[in-house]
Design a protein around this ligand. Structure first.
Ligand SMILES: Nc1ncnc2c1ncn2[C@@H]1O[C@H](COP(=O)(O)OP(=O)(O)OP(=O)(O)O)[C@@H](O)[C@H]1O
Ligand SMILES: [Mg+2]
Length: 459
């Protein structure tokens, strides 16, 4: 995969951070105040919308001043204890990283503690984390940068932060500033593109430079020239963004009503919404118990969806919606919420369920294998066949075993492996099956097998 341009072009110095001049000045002034001992204001809160340079500025500052960095973000172990531990350790003279590794430091060097996504650091019920941060700032002899999209959420949990830390606001970037960045990236990547086209990408990004760079990279995708029409795909992307926002609100909801309302205005059928939610659960939830609850809620919603279709009783959609939104979102009980900046389109599911092979050949395979998987042929075709087929292309032994245990013919095997039916692979597999089946028949005479109720475990 190609390198992510947002990382590749992340500013390495404060002087490379685009826009937000007054914020950068404020950060520099604060950093200078550390030159002669511990200043009064030990922490800054960098606040603002996503993708406008907050994290980049924090890292660039450390880079410019050659400060060591102890970085912690929302996806790390987030409970009061670990915040205290990490931030507490960071505030002492010597520093260990999150993994407990000793961070070598020259004497006198500052250690910049960066608590990224600080508004996300606390779980729904955990107020201890907020207190840990406040205590840490009070006790720290090292500079601390808190970064947050939602200043209100952060200070609501820890109002003392308002007094202890000075806030620095980052603003969305002007489209013209975004164009400048995009142009230099395009130049560096040897892509010819008109300013007009870059302008379209820039204004579409709504001041979010990260989004603009991502869009540019997506549109370029291996090409060396861009035309104005190439930006047409941004329309689709906007829809995805809208969906991302809705899913973000849904997963962050604290009440049934909030979770339901979050996806209300989306132009999506419940089946499709369900696929999106299904795809997002693993990014949103890390705690196994939360995950289990969420998927359980999703499976209930799935039952309603199917019943609604089967009985043509679409009133059941509302139950399905409640389960897939509120049921899923409120499944988060113990785990904390990681930062998810974008939700993936469940396209891989769609591509995979459009498994190669004609309908007839898939039907043949499904009808033979579905009973072994204790599922209907349709379910097998939609949900299992694509994965099984992938597995089998990589695992010849499994293919042979499956061939031995079932009635798959050469046509089925070739379709499963995506090769021609008269190819040498299919012939070789058939030969192995015959060789084993011969022996197997002998074995079978000694120990008669059950006729039905075989399970996957036998393969
Ligand atoms: N002001 C900027 N100057 C230069 N590059 C920027 C700027 N803002 C964003 N970028 C680009 O976008 C990427 C993401 O920026 P960054 O991580 O700093 O955003 P952020 O404000 O921390 O967003 P979030 O709130 O989502 O964490 C950077 O790696 C960089 O490529
Ligand atoms: Mg950030």
């Amino acid at each position: 995969m190609q390198e992510d341009w947002t990382e590749k072009y992340r500013p390495r110095s404060l002087s490379q951070v685009v826009g937000n001049e007054s914020a950068i000045r404020a950060i520099r002034r604060w950093a200078e105040s550390w030159a002669h001992g511990v200043p009064k204001v030990k922490a800054l809160i960098l606040k603002g919308e996503p993708g406008i340079g907050k994290t980049s500025s924090a890292l660039a500052l450390a880079y410019d001043l050659k400060w060591d960095v102890v970085e912690m973000n929302a996806s790390d172990h987030r409970n009061a204890e670990s915040i205290k531990k990490v931030a507490g350790i960071g505030s002492m003279t010597q520093t260990f990283t999150l993994d407990g590794e000793f961070l070598s430091s020259h004497s006198g060097r500052r250690k910049l503690i960066i608590l990224d996504e600080a508004d996300n650091l606390f779980g729904r019920e955990d107020y201890g984390g907020a207190k840990a941060i406040v205590d840490t700032i009070r006790e720290s002899s090292q500079p601390i940068l808190l970064i947050a999209n939602d200043y209100y959420e952060l200070t609501r949990r820890a109002s003392a932060l308002k007094r202890l830390a000075t806030s620095v606001t980052f603003r969305r970037l002007d489209p013209s500033a975004i164009v400048v960045v995009l142009r230099s990236i395009a130049e560096n990547e040897n892509v010819t593109v008109s300013l007009d086209t870059l302008g379209k990408i820039a204004s579409n990004a709504g001041g979010d430079l990260r989004a603009a760079i991502n869009d540019l990279q997506m549109i370029v995708e291996g090409r060396s020239h861009l035309d104005a029409e190439d930006t047409d795909v941004l329309g689709e992307r906007n829809q995805e963004k809208e969906l991302s926002r809705a899913l973000g609100a849904m997963f962050g909801a604290k009440t049934v009503r909030e979770a339901q309302d979050a996806t209300l205005n989306l132009d999506k059928m419940p089946d499709e919404l369900e696929k999106w939610i299904e795809e997002s659960i693993p990014s949103e939830m890390k705690d196994p118990e939360d995950l289990a609850r969420a998927f359980d809620a999703l499976s209930r919603s799935n039952i309603y969806l199917r019943r609604a279709r089967a009985l043509q009783h679409y009133g059941m959609w509302s139950y399905a919606r409640t389960m897939m939104t509120a049921g899923v979102a409120l499944s988060r009980k113990s785990g904390r919420r990681p930062h998810v900046s974008e939700y993936r389109f469940p396209s891989f599911l769609i591509v995979m369920s459009r498994a190669k092979g004609t309908r007839a050949s898939r039907k043949s395979i499904s009808s033979k294998l579905a009973p072994y998987f204790h599922t209907s042929s349709r379910m097998f075709d939609e949900s299992i066949l694509p994965y099984l087929s992938k597995l089998l292309t990589k695992d010849r032994e499994l293919m042979v075993k499956l061939g031995c245990e079932t009635e798959l013919d050469d046509g089925d095997i070739s379709n499963l492996l995506h090769v021609d039916s008269d190819s040498s692979i299919v012939k070789a597999i058939r030969a192995e099956i015959i060789a084993i089946k011969g022996e197997d028949e002998v074995m079978r005479k000694k120990t008669p097998r059950r006729k039905s109720g075989r399970s996957l475990a036998e393969f």
